[in-house]
Design a protein. Structure first.
Lengths: 316, 109
């Protein structure tokens, strides 16, 4: 396993004061918090930071860590010293600490024991307790969101081992996602969270839906937006056009005299289950290029025979 | 090999799903008093007359979960947490809108 330099992770010197540690944590936590941050690898950085803070904020853990000495390099192969017993301390998981939800690295666990080693009462032999809920994310296509889909997901779920410690087990699950989910919405999988204790029921699993970008459509909540290119004569004269929707092609009447940027609404063609959102079609007039002498001649005739100043409202 | 033959049907936590105080507290590891405090501050809005009959629409769970995480992990206070949750939701809405508008502007250029 690799050595982790907790001071370096937090950008601190080894003699940093408790106040400096707290300040550094708050500053970096705001920068890398997965709910707030758009930094790449924010989640990973935040986890690392939580682990570093878990050690450095705790005087006992910090003293034990400092005891390893300052000659270790980050990423260097590490095994705890033969007489290592956490520096003679007994460590307790700081219940409710900033990183209580997280699973720490092997390096942390080799020094301070099982992150998830629960206190008395929470183990397999203790009183009956419901398992914790787990939260994760799932990415699906817009088409799957519209129709509903079955997906197989891979999960690491905490289980109790024979000694009452918590271990992460990989677990594949086939999930039926109902139709109509929208970006950011949560779905619940009852009984698929962490194992309960003492024969208690499992917790639930919550998945936050992330929608993949689509080549044609954009979603905004329950509504769908589509950009519809249109020829100048279709816009001017009106037309019946075939328009794609998530539910398949539909015929749409374009009113005569339409302009670029105008929106048409297709009611109930958006996302949702009982009530669906709408699809908005935004018109974009596209002019054919004047590539041939005949096309140029045609445009020139239009300019003569269709006098029109689209900038009259600008006074020019 | 893990057993993948059983299909689990997910419930969408939309406005139609109603969650009780007990359900929310069990799910979030939250004390009822803390939940009541969040209700009083307006983070989540239940239907019903009092904690016994309160029912929360599905999206309340995500708001509470985000709030608890921010409060614990960023060590910010109660009022600041609620403000942060509101602003994050607003940013998410605006971001979706920007993406939609960007596509509409960019497609034919």
């Amino acid at each position: 396993m690799k050595f982790k330099d907790y001071y370096k992770i937090m950008g601190l010197s080894r003699d940093a004061s408790a106040d400096e540690i707290k300040r550094a944590y708050r500053k970096l936590a705001r920068k890398y918090h997965p709910d707030v941050s758009k930094e790449p690898q924010a989640e990973e950085r935040f986890k690392e930071l939580g682990e570093a803070y878990e050690v450095l904020r705790d005087t006992e853990k910090r003293a034990a860590y400092d005891h390893l000495g300052s000659s270790w390099q980050p990423g260097q192969d590490f095994t705890p010293p033969p007489n290592w017993q956490g520096g003679g301390f007994e460590f307790h998981q700081g219940a409710g600490g900033p990183a209580a939800d997280h699973h720490f690295s092997d390096f942390f666990e080799s020094l301070f024991g099982h992150t998830f080693h629960a206190g008395a009462g929470a183990t397999g032999a203790g009183p009956r307790m419901r398992g914790q809920d787990q939260h994760s994310k799932i990415t699906i296509s817009l088409d799957d969101a519209y129709r509903g889909a079955t997906r197989i997901i891979q999960l690491a779920v905490p289980e109790w081992d024979a000694t009452g410690g918590r271990v992460m087990r990989n677990h594949a699950l086939q999930v039926q996602i109902p139709r109509g989910v929208v970006q950011g919405q949560q779905i619940r999988l009852a009984g698929q969270g962490a194992a309960g204790a003492g024969g208690g029921p499992r917790g639930d699993l919550y998945l936050e839906v992330q929608l993949q970008p689509h080549a044609l459509f954009k979603s905004e909540g329950h509504d769908i937006y589509l950009n519809l290119p249109l020829t100048p004569w279709e816009a001017a004269l009106g037309a019946h056009l075939t328009v794609p929707t998530l539910g398949g092609n539909v015929e749409v009447k374009i009113p005569a005299g339409s302009q670029s940027g105008q929106k048409l609404r297709l009611k109930g063609r958006g996302l949702g289950s009982k009530t669906r959102g709408d699809q908005y079609i935004v018109l974009q007039i596209v002019t054919p290029p004047a590539m041939t002498p005949a096309a140029r001649e045609f445009y020139e005739r239009m300019s003569r025979e269709l006098p029109f100043n689209p900038r009259s409202h600008m006074g020019v | 090999m893990p057993d993948t033959t059983v299909t689990i049907t997910a419930t969408v936590l939309d406005e139609d799903v109603m969650l009780s105080v007990d359900q929310l507290c069990a799910s979030l590891g939250l004390e009822p008093d803390d939940l009541i405090a969040y209700v009083q501050e307006g983070l989540v809005e239940p239907r019903g007359t009092g904690p016994q009959t309160w029912r929360f629409p599905g999206p309340a769970l995500k708001r509470l979960h985000t709030a608890l995480r921010l409060r614990r992990e960023l060590e910010i206070d109660f009022a600041g947490t609620i403000l942060a949750v509101d602003l994050l939701e607003e940013i998410e809405r605006l971001r979706a809108r920007v993406h939609a508008l960007e596509q509409l502007l960019g497609d034919t250029r």
